[in-house]
Design a protein around this ligand. Structure first.
Ligand code: FES
Length: 123
């Protein structure tokens, strides 16, 4: 059997992929601070091996910036702050509870729908 590369092993360990928008509107709304907070709390919670954070360009939700999306759950978070970044790491990633006050859209049955009532994450 072929030996797995480090990249393949990392992919197998990954449980969440967080997209942080750094497009013009989100940058103006301090998404850099959100990104720094995300990275800090991922490290503090020892999630480096299971969480990947990727910076993106505009995700077309500028009026709700800064925007963050968490996969595989497909939850779009709006008007992010460093404090809500910490909540996402501690509540969404660790306890599998959507941060309801910041959640805008959730992926349900293959479609993104307004996400006002769901708290837990169905798998
Ligand atoms: S710049 Fe972030 S959603 Fe448009």
């Amino acid at each position: 059997m072929a030996k797995k590369s480090k990249s393949e092993e990392r992919m197998e360990r990954m449980q969440h992929h967080i997209l942080v928008c750094r497009g013009p509107s989100c940058s103006q709304a301090s998404s850099e601070e959100v990104l720094i907070a995300m990275r800090k709390h991922v490290k503090n919670e020892n999630l480096d091996e299971t969480v990947r954070i990727t910076v993106t360009d505009c995700m077309l939700r500028c009026s709700q910036s800064p925007t963050v999306v968490v996969y595989p759950d497909g939850v779009w978070y709006q008007k992010m702050t460093p404090e809500s970044a910490e909540k996402i790491i501690k509540e969404h990633l660790l306890r599998e509870e959507i941060v309801v006050e910041k959640a805008q859209y959730c992926l349900v049955d293959g479609k993104f729908v307004p996400c006002k009532v769901r708290k837990g994450i169905s798998k």
